[in-house]
Design a protein around this ligand. Structure first.
Ligand code: ADP
Ligand code: MG
Length: 328
């Protein structure tokens, strides 16, 4: 279909020996063994040029991010990555682009022992659709879900929030950053690190979890709705970089509360599990911060509510909604 040829392209950039899958690229289906007592966790994410990434992005970083956002979903469930499939629409068989894309993609895949086992390749406007497959125990300390948050639980977040949104604002021209500051936030936007080790370490400890892709308040709302509870968030406690702290408070709040593209984990755990939470953060090598707590919801059928307070306990108004593809 293309100058290089569809099957040559697959062979050159994507077909590599598999070790975990029973059968990889080359047949009509790939085959994955699911050990007894395990569930296969699966998730799918699509990246479309102009919507999820800029046309100027480095292909290697694009490859990294395309898989990272999918691995982040496995992390949120506490699953161990095993394999992924790749559906690619390409305007042309640009070898420089394909070389960079496959390098970034396969480097992150190797880092997490996650094998490329199949996909689909077609000509069309650039888009990358990945499905990931992971394993999680079917019983006991099983998958982390959005639905388990209970009144009294503490609310935690991993890493730092808001830098990816800060970078986006620089690209949009609403803010100006230079030199190392810009490179650091750009890296946060283009090279998110999926919290795979943390997700697995939190199984049996966290009562609920979600990965932050659309902004803290919007993603927290999903947890609250699924769990039937409300939350109180201390906006001054939300961890952020020195670069973001140097911005006006309104920018800091926009980026941390409604930012999007953070790919950190937001999770809940009861106060008596605080030591285990700290140990999970240390074992995964990720900073964890307590940013609030879960409270009971009064009034049946009411929408979930998040009360925002500052470090002095005073109420904070915040009107910015989370990212929604069909509203913004
Ligand atoms: P089918 O026509 O049976 O759907 P294809 O001829 O499209 O299969 O693909 C041939 C093989 O190459 C299949 O094993 C498929 O999973 C794999 N494949 C196609 N595109 C990709 C890709 N972008 N990355 C990895 N594997 C791919
Ligand atoms: Mg077929």
């Amino acid at each position: 279909m293309m100058s290089l040829g569809e099957f040559d392209l697959i062979a050159k950039y994507f077909d590599r020996p598999t070790r975990r899958a029973a059968l990889g690229i080359g047949d009509d289906c790939a085959l994955l063994a699911v050990p007894t007592g395990m569930h296969l966790a699966t998730s799918c994410d699509m990246l479309v040029e102009g919507r999820h990434f800029l046309s100027t992005v480095d292909p290697e970083r694009l490859g990294h991010k395309a898989l990272a956002v999918n691995l982040s979903d496995l992390a949120a469930c506490g699953a161990e990555p095993v394999a992924f499939t790749l559906a690619l629409a390409l305007p042309s068989a640009d070898e420089a682009f394909l070389g960079g894309l496959s390098r970034g993609l396969l480097a992150l895949a190797d880092a997490h022992g996650c094998e490329l086992i199949g996909g689909d390749t077609t000509r069309g406007p650039l888009s990358i659709c990945i499905s990931v497959f992971g394993l999680v125990p079917a019983a006991g300390a099983g998958a982390l879900l959005r639905s388990g948050a209970r009144a009294g639980d503490e609310l935690y977040v991993s890493g730092r929030l808001g830098d990816a949104r800060l970078a986006l604002e620089v690209f949009r021209g609403t803010l100006c950053l230079t030199g190392g500051d810009f490179e650091a936030v750009r890296r946060a936007m283009e090279m998110p690190q999926p919290r795979i080790a943390l997700g697995q370490a939190l199984r049996g400890i966290a009562t609920s979890a979600i990965d932050l892709s659309d902004g803290l308040l919007g993603d927290l709302r999903h947890v609250l709705q699924r769990s039937g509870v409300d939350a109180v968030v201390d906006v001054d406690a939300v961890p952020r970089s020195a670069t973001l702290r140097a911005q006006p408070l309104a920018v800091q709040r926009l980026c941390t509360l409604s930012g999007g593209d953070d790919y950190e984990l937001l999770f809940t755990a009861p106060p008596q599990s605080a030591q285990q939470v700290i140990a999970a953060g240390i074992s995964a090598g990720v900073a964890l911060t307590r940013i609030g707590r879960i409270v009971g919801r009064s009034g049946a059928g009411r929408e979930a509510q998040t009360a925002l307070i500052d470090a002095n306990g005073r109420a904070v108004a915040h009107g910015v909604a989370s990212f929604d593809h069909f509203r913004t």
